[in-house]
Design a protein around this ligand. Structure first.
Ligand code: CTP
Ligand code: MG
Length: 227
């Protein structure tokens, strides 16, 4: 299939609180966005769309071209919106006509290994409309109401969602065309539109850099591998 990857990088990174948009925070000598794009470009893809903060479109293009090397023709950068969902929608508008599979990936999951991209693409190619990489939930989970535990939740029935999430292109286009509420991921949006979502194994390294602790974890991982 012809695969496009939308890398959403337009968030401000409020919880990280580092003063620059999260995608442009350094992990080692390279930024979050740079690392995310290295894994993206390891996949056999036809197009890469980076959705950047409106004020950083030029910077994002420079970074993406650097990672793309002689495949820089595959790269487009578009400005994002105020929510993740609006940023994905902006990316979707830029997908080329001949693309038939679309992956949506959080730039903030900067250390996601290429193998996760492969599993997601393979599952879409095998006929699944929507594919979500997941990790088992390791914590004991409770449902809580105003401080009181309502019940324990069986964690074997739960999974933690990661990205890249992959879709047959018309499935994602239709879900976005119909979207009413705001969802935190694309699989939820497809599910809300009545679609079926299949899971594949995610990876511990696909954690999202959200808090300062996550940033420390990502930097420490890279440092330990550089030795
Ligand atoms: N994202 C985006 N456009 C937005 C909000 C988020 O493209 N308006 C992207 C982020 O850049 C990130 C991914 O969606 O790669 C996941 O979002 P999150 O981790 O919440 O990033 P931020 O929104 O930047 O962080 P915060 O919520 O702490 O401000
Ligand atoms: Mg956010």
């Amino acid at each position: 299939p012809r695969v496009a990857v939308i890398v959403v990088a337009a968030g401000s990174g409020e919880r990280l609180g580092s003063g620059v948009p999260k995608a442009f925070v350094g992990l080692d000598e390279h930024t979050v966005l740079h690392h995310a794009l290295v894994a993206v470009f390891a996949a056999p893809l036809a197009q890469v769309i980076v959705v950047a903060p409106p004020s950083r479109v030029g910077d994002a293009l420079t970074e993406a071209r650097e990672v793309a090397g002689d495949r820089h023709d595959l790269v487009s950068v578009v400005p994002g919106g105020p929510t993740r969902q609006q940023s994905v929608a902006a990316g979707l508008h830029a997908v080329w006509a001949d693309v038939d599979v679309v992956l949506v990936h959080d730039a903030a999951r900067a250390l996601t290994p290429p193998a996760v991209f492969e599993r997601v693409i393979d599952a879409v190619r095998d006929g699944h409309d929507a594919v979500l990489p997941v990790l088992p939930v390791v914590d004991t989970i409770k449902r809580v109401d105003e401080g009181a535990v309502v019940e324990a939740v069986d964690r074997s029935a739960l999974a933690a969602a990661q990205t890249p999430q992959g879709f047959r292109r018309p499935v994602l286009d239709e879900a976005y065309a119909e979207a009413s509420a705001d969802h935190t991921d694309d699989a939820a949006l497809v599910q809300a539109a009545g679609g079926a979502v299949w899971t594949v194994a995610g990876d511990e390294r696909g954690f999202k850099v959200t808090t300062p602790g996550d940033l420390d974890r990502a930097r420490a991982l890279l440092r330990s591998e550089a030795d």
